[in-house]
Design a protein around this ligand. Structure first.
Ligand SMILES: Cc1ncc(C[n+]2csc(CCO)c2C)c(N)n1
Length: 220
């Protein structure tokens, strides 16, 4: 069993509430109100900026050169993806000016700063456990949606989002994150520490669910 599977099993209810959230269901069915998705996209731009900062902590906290190099590659990947994200937002009628001027929603601040704090206080294992629901969860969500008729239907307005995260490239990112957790676990996890690490995973999963809810709430 991978460490990721152990963490998921220990937080089963929080995990399910995140990956089967109503926002996700409506995204898959193509019934999600457009204002909910637009709010999500704008907030996700702000989210990704802070996530790049969280990954950058991995360079600072890395004990081995290989850890520092892989964290650097992740920072580069996210910063590179920002251009794609801005382009995707433009297709939904969101300008760069709107992305820049929109204030962070509290659910966004809560989540991103929680992850950064987990990394600041702890070691690389704490940081990667706090990052895991985000990085690995999206692959699981999109894979499930892509296997449904409406999720794979090009007429679904959200088909591109689903295709992006269910594609091979993103699956490889999620697989690498699962493997990274295992190698950090081998090096740093003791059974005594499992509860504390599992609490981080559960909290990050709840904060992901709150992020979806923020999108739904914006649509009234
Ligand atoms: C709220 C929220 N949670 C997770 C992701 C997914 N995600 C976050 S960082 C990243 C790149 C990893 O290399 C990906 C795919 C998101 N975009 N927004």
């Amino acid at each position: 069993m991978t460490l990721f599977d152990r963490l998921k099993a220990a937080s089963a209810d929080d995990w399910t509430a995140y990956v089967e959230h109503d926002f996700v269901r409506q995204l898959g069915e193509g019934t999600l109100p457009v204002p909910a998705f637009r709010t999500y996209l704008v907030q996700d731009y702000l989210f990704l900026i802070h996530f790049a900062r969280a990954y950058a902590l991995g360079i600072f906290k890395g004990r081995h050169l290989a850890d520092m190099r892989s964290a650097l590659a992740s920072v580069n990947a996210i910063l590179g993806e920002m251009d794609l994200h801005v382009g995707f937002c433009a297709e939904w009628g969101i300008s760069e000016a709107e992305l820049e001027r929109t204030p962070e929603e509290r659910a966004n601040t809560a989540y991103t700063r929680f992850v950064i704090d987990a990394g600041l206080r702890g070691d690389l294992l704490d940081l990667h456990v706090a990052l895991a629901p985000c990085v690995i969860g999206y692959a699981e969500i999109a894979r499930r949606l892509a296997a449904t008729a409406k999720g794979a239907d090009p007429a679904n307005p959200y088909a591109r989002w689903i295709a992006e995260y269910s594609g091979e490239a993103y699956a490889a990112v999620a697989e690498a994150a699962i493997a990274k957790l295992d190698s950090l676990g081998d090096e740093l996890l003791t059974e005594k520490r499992f509860t504390a690490v599992s609490d981080l995973f559960a909290q990050a999963s709840r904060l992901e669910a709150d992020f979806w809810q923020m999108g739904l709430d914006a649509a009234g």
